[in-house]
Design a protein around this ligand. Structure first.
Ligand SMILES: Cc1cc2nc3c(=O)[nH]c(=O)nc-3n(C[C@H](O)[C@H](O)[C@H](O)COP(=O)(O)O)c2cc1C
Length: 344
């Protein structure tokens, strides 16, 4: 099915293609016969795929990575594609436009994307409103929803904790787990929050609120693949000391090494985070290093360059509990989810 649409979608700008894809998906999911067809094609209802991780029952180990459904607008449609979990966001307290377009680019020769979206999103209130409505109708059945939280571009790092706490508090009743995103390369200075002092303060602040809840929820930290091994070790210690549930490894990279796409083309695209096949090896190495460092106590969700069951298996072998996909979906279509579930 996707093979039929892909040439058409690839003839459009990447952001327009994304908009059309989710529009078609929403339309198909709103009409019971096509919804049933989607579910039949793409879901794997095998109960042996289910896993309990962080105290949550995931129907399977394959999730949708953050950034695909930033505003929680397409959960019903995405739920028909066989995901075990969907991570919405990154959401910021206030709506923001993100960077000017074009800001999303395909690199077909590398099966990759470069994006500098810049946390474009409709803001916390809009996301909470949608999730509340969905939850109140009991949808989507059985799928775990994660909330990926960030800070507004205009918020200085010194007061960033307030943005994260605001997102955490407002989303708390509506998501199953949280992800603290301090690793996007597209919000100026955001990645400085990965440094020891600000990160410890931020995570302690969030955990303090979390522990005051009747039933605290798992919080994970999403990290960049560009950190040195020494920085990764330090981060792992911070995550352990602050009592987080785990780590999501990794976000996009600012590296442009070993690409097949022409240099002139890469230079013309400019700044942004690279995702897809070129980030696969480093993401796997990060997962492996973290697993060796932290043992089995913490959860690792692996993301980066998963575009086949073999690529997913590589992440599980490195120590991942769960995996997520984004760029692989663009190149392979939704059948990727089922094939990972059935073959890895
Ligand atoms: C267009 C685009 C937007 C993204 N937006 C976010 C985001 O808002 N928050 C986030 O944590 N990660 C975001 N990511 C990163 C992905 O969640 C993922 O970590 C990364 O792309 C590596 O996985 P992949 O190779 O499967 O794409 C985005 C990625 C892409 C391609």
């Amino acid at each position: 099915m996707y093979r039929f649409f892909k040439p058409l979608l690839f003839s459009l700008s990447a952001e327009t293609a994304h908009r059309i894809t989710v529009m078609l998906l929403d339309a198909a999911a709103a009409f019971p016969p096509t919804k049933a067809l989607l579910r039949r094609w793409y879901t794997s209802p095998d109960p042996s795929l289910a896993r309990t991780v962080m105290g949550l029952r995931f129907p399977n180990r394959v999730g949708l990575a953050a950034g695909f459904d930033k505003n929680g607008e397409h959960i019903q449609g995405l739920a028909c594609l066989g995901f075990g979990f969907i991570e919405v966001g990154t959401v910021t307290p206030l709506a923001q436009e993100g960077n000017p377009q074009p800001r999303l680019f395909r690199l077909p020769a590398d099966r990759a994307l470069i994006n500098r979206m810049g946390f474009n999103n409709e803001g916390l209130e809009a996301l909470v409103g949608r999730l509340k409505k969905l939850r109140e109708t009991g949808a989507p059945e059985g799928i775990i929803i994660g909330g990926n939280i960030g800070k507004n571009k205009i918020t200085p790092n010194e007061t960033a904790d307030n943005d994260y706490i605001q997102c955490f508090e407002a989303l708390f009743p509506w998501v199953d787990y949280f992800v603290v995103n301090v690793s996007s390369p597209n919000t100026p200075n955001l990645r400085a929050l990965q440094e020891k002092e600000p990160l410890t303060r931020l995570l302690n602040t969030l955990q303090k609120s979390n522990r005051q809840k009747l039933i605290p929820k798992p919080i994970l930290l999403k990290i960049a693949p560009d950190l040195s091994n020494e920085q990764l070790n330090e981060l792992a210690e911070i995550v352990q000391k602050t009592g987080l549930a785990g780590i999501i490894a990794t976000n996009t990279t600012i590296s442009r090494e070993n690409l097949h796409t022409k240099n002139t083309e890469i230079e013309a695209i400019g700044a942004g985070g690279l995702s897809g096949a070129p980030v696969r090896a480093r993401s796997t190495a990060v997962v492996k290093l973290l697993r060796e460092k932290i043992g089995t106590d913490l959860v690792i969700i692996a993301v980066g360059g998963i575009d086949s069951p073999e690529a997913a298996q590589e992440k599980f072998n490195a120590g991942a509990d769960l995996v997520q996909v984004y760029t692989g979906l663009v190149y392979e279509g939704p059948a990727l989810i089922r094939s990972i579930n059935e073959k890895s």
